[in-house]
Design a binder for this molecule. Structure first.
Ligand SMILES: [Mg+2]
Length: 229
């Protein structure tokens, strides 16, 4: 039995300064010749990329074929990479994240993976932008399921395969920034550490009754103790 920590990306580890959402819209404009101005605002907090794409294809009345989804994601990834490395990029890692990941790695008392609505290659691009990728071994991603609540078991299974450890549900902690992360943890019997660094403040997250709710991950000592005890 071992401790497993599964981190969300956007709003939890980092903020892309809007690059992720902008790249999703760039791809709609390029593929369908539709202006982003006529589309409804994206609701990205806690969403999976697969779910967002369903909504976008629906709005432009394009059938959701496997081939066109694949083309769309390729287009999105190109725009995402360009935006992440643009001179106008304003993204950042969230307070304490790098220090926390280093501390968790040094202590070696937990296996560390991802549970994110990003498609796998999008997640890699975002993490690489901040040199965070080496901390994470595997995970559940937005191309595994449209419903975030299905990603927990997938992430746990994949982590088991790469680490050789098995995890009972009470040994799994999901770290995320939205009510959907909290629901996703409950759906697989895991605990959730919710942080108010994304679209929701810690006060706004309180009613969703995560295992613990913090303003941010800045207090490395406190957070690592919570996650490892
Ligand atoms: Mg998030």
């Amino acid at each position: 039995m071992a401790r497993l920590l599964l981190f969300d990306i956007d709003g939890t580890l980092l903020d892309t300064g809007g690059s992720g959402g902008a790249a999703l819209l760039d791809a709609v404009e390029e593929m369908f010749g539709v202006s982003r101005d006529i589309l409804r605002p994206l609701e990205l907090a806690g969403a999976t990329d697969g779910g967002v794409i369903q909504g976008l294809f629906d709005q432009v009345s394009h059938p959701l074929h496997q081939e066109s989804v694949k083309d769309y994601f390729e287009c999105y990834l190109r725009h995402l990479e360009r935006r992440l490395h643009s001179s106008e990029f304003t993204g950042r890692t969230l307070p304490g994240v790098f220090e926390l990941m280093q501390t968790l790695l040094q202590k070696g008392q937990a296996d560390i993976g991802l549970l994110t609505g990003n498609i796998r290659r999008g997640a890699e691009l975002k993490l690489k932008r901040f040199d965070l990728q080496p901390f994470f071994r595997e995970g559940g991603f937005g191309d595994d399921a449209v419903d975030r609540n299905l990603l927990g078991p997938i992430a746990i299974q994949r982590m088991s395969e790469v680490t050789g450890n098995s995890y009972t549900h009470d040994e799994v902690i999901i770290i995320g920034d939205t009510p959907k992360d909290i629901a996703c943890a409950k759906a697989c019997g895991a605990r959730c550490l919710a942080v108010g660094t994304g679209h929701f403040s810690s006060q706004q997250l309180q009613p969703y009754q995560a295992w613990k709710t913090l303003d941010n991950l800045a207090d490395t000592g406190l957070v690592s103790e919570l996650l490892l005890s």
